[in-house]
Design a protein around this ligand. Structure first.
Ligand code: HEC
Ligand code: HEC
Ligand code: HEC
Ligand code: HEC
Ligand code: HEC
Length: 188
């Protein structure tokens, strides 16, 4: 091998190493790190919005309602299920588990939140759903035709779900709708 060729080879090797190292760094940064950062949690049992809408004739307000003092009930309590699932009526594993693991031992179902905000943020459903008459799907996933609740990705560092509504999303809409964006509107 001539001097000239050797130089050329080591240049190529260096370049190859650089490419491999760079690709590796990208892989760790884009693929591995985000997967390490988020854990995936599943709902304790599946709640099928579509079947309850169509076969059980329930309306959204049967489970997601405003209390008399104007606060929002959020996720339903077990008492919203017992009326129909006091004993197993269908053939699915989820319904059997609903009865044996929650209804019979009278244990609340620990639903996982998709949209929990930090404690220092004040959010009011009344202002948006009642006063501004917004549909739930402006801010949440559209559940009406959903037969399976999706998994929830939780950030390991902050403990908050990935789908948390970011401050700029709140502020952009407030700006469009002429609603106050002073800090104490949302941070008390
Ligand atoms: C029998 C009770 C029940 C009824 C009726 C019901 N839901 Fe739900 N809903 C649940 C439960 C349980 C969850 C939590 C599991 C999940 O997210 O699927 C939930 C979750 C949700 C969420 C997600 C909230 C989040 O954490 O991001 C939205 C949005 C929602 N429901 C909207 C609706 C709408 C719109 C209707 C009417 C079409 C409706 N629900 C009817 C029980 C109910
Ligand atoms: C008004 C009656 C009624 C209420 C209230 C009700 N369900 Fe149901 N549920 C039904 C009917 C009807 C079906 C369909 C037949 C079947 O599979 O049992 C069903 C099916 C199910 C199934 C199995 C079907 C599937 O695809 O996963 C689960 C799990 C379930 N319900 C959970 C719940 C939970 C949790 C609540 C309370 C938040 C609830 N249901 C409240 C009537 C009701
Ligand atoms: C303007 C945006 C917006 C609209 C519209 C809206 N929500 Fe929410 N929702 C949120 C935010 C933000 C949270 C988290 C609140 C928190 O953690 O303090 C939330 C939380 C929830 C939760 C979870 C409560 C919990 O304890 O985990 C449910 C259930 C829910 N919303 C249902 C609904 C339903 C049903 C509608 C329609 C009737 C609706 N939301 C309309 C923004 C919205
Ligand atoms: C898609 C538009 C939209 C989004 C997204 C939105 N808002 Fe709003 N918000 C409104 C509107 C419109 C009102 C005024 C309701 C009324 O009083 O008629 C309002 C009112 C409020 C109020 C009551 C203000 C007052 O002076 O009484 C609070 C608090 C609030 N929003 C917080 C939030 C937070 C926190 C978020 C994000 C997590 C958010 N909003 C996301 C449109 C939005
Ligand atoms: C329309 C509602 C809204 C307004 C107005 C608003 N914020 Fe926020 N802010 C949020 C929400 C929602 C979060 C949580 C989500 C996020 O981190 O993006 C947040 C998060 C923050 C955080 C990070 C806190 C944490 O726990 O990580 C800081 C700091 C903050 N806001 C400061 C401010 C300041 C300063 C102002 C005024 C210039 C302001 N915010 C106005 C909604 C609002």
């Amino acid at each position: 091998m001539t001097e000239e060729n050797k130089k050329h080879d080591s240049g190529l090797l260096g370049w190859l190493l650089f490419v491999v190292g760079f690709a590796g760094a990208l892989f760790v940064g884009w693929v591995v790190f985000p997967q390490l950062l988020y854990t995936t949690e599943y709902q304790p049992i599946n709640y099928n919005h579509q079947i309850h809408q169509e076969e059980a004739g329930l309306s959204c307000e049967d489970c997601h309602y405003f209390r008399e003092d104007g606060t929002y009930a959020g996720k339903p309590m077990l008492s919203a299920c017992v009326e129909c699932h006091g004993e197993v009526q269908g053939e699915t594993e989820d319904e059997e588990r609903l009865v044996s693991e929650f209804v019979e031992p009278e244990k609340e179902i620990p639903w996982v939140s998709y949209t929990r905000q930090p404690d220092n943020v004040f959010f009011s459903h009344v202002a948006h759903v009642k006063m501004a008459e917004m549909a739930c799907s402006v801010c949440h996933r559209d559940v009406e035709n959903e037969i399976k609740a999706p998994p929830v990705k939780i950030n390991r560092l902050t403990g908050y779900p990935i789908e948390i509504m970011k401050m700029h999303v709140c502020e952009d809409c407030h700006a469009r709708e002429n609603v106050s964006n002073s800090c104490d509107t949302c941070h008390h």
